[in-house]
Every structure is written in C-alpha cells, then in structure tokens.
Design a protein around this ligand. Structure first.
Ligand code: SF4
Length: 70
C-alpha cells in the first residue's frame, strides 16, 4: 500500500503519529503530518488503516503501491 497525505487538509491533530508512530511523524513547527514510510511494511498496515480512520481531517488516504497491494 501507499499512503497519500493531503497536508493542506491536515490540522496537526497528531492522531496518526500516536496511532502508527513508525509510519507517521509531525513537523516540529506546525504539527502537520510527515509520512516517514510512504510504502509502509505489511506489519504496520493494521495501525496505518486505523490512523487513516481516526484522522479528524480526513487528510490521509491509501492506494495500492504500484498497482499491487504488497
Ligand atoms: S491525524 Fe490527520 S490531521 Fe492529525 S496530524 Fe495526522 S494527518 Fe494531520
């Protein structure tokens, strides 16, 4: 999977970094999302999906990586 982050929508709530800290971080200045692993390893997918679901700004989306969900 690939993570798509719309930083224009992100309000810096930090739920993503709290939920999947290996994949998401936040900018030190304004708190907006930093995607550390745009193509996260499979072991993180459950947490990544939860992070996408809990984002209050709907700033995160998922797409298959290279057309294949691996
Ligand atoms: S949970 Fe959503 S709004 Fe909050 S920092 Fe992450 S992407 Fe931004």
């Amino acid at each position: 999977m690939r993570i798509i982050a719309d930083t224009g929508r992100c309000v810096g709530a930090g739920m993503c970094a709290l939920t999947a800290g290996a994949v998401f971080d936040q900018h030190a200045d304004d708190g907006t999302v930093v995607v550390l692993r745009p193509e996260p390893p499979a072991g993180t997918w459950a947490a990544v999906r939860e992070a996408v679901a809990v984002c209050p700004a709907a700033a995160l989306a998922l797409s298959p990586a290279g057309g294949r969900d691996h």
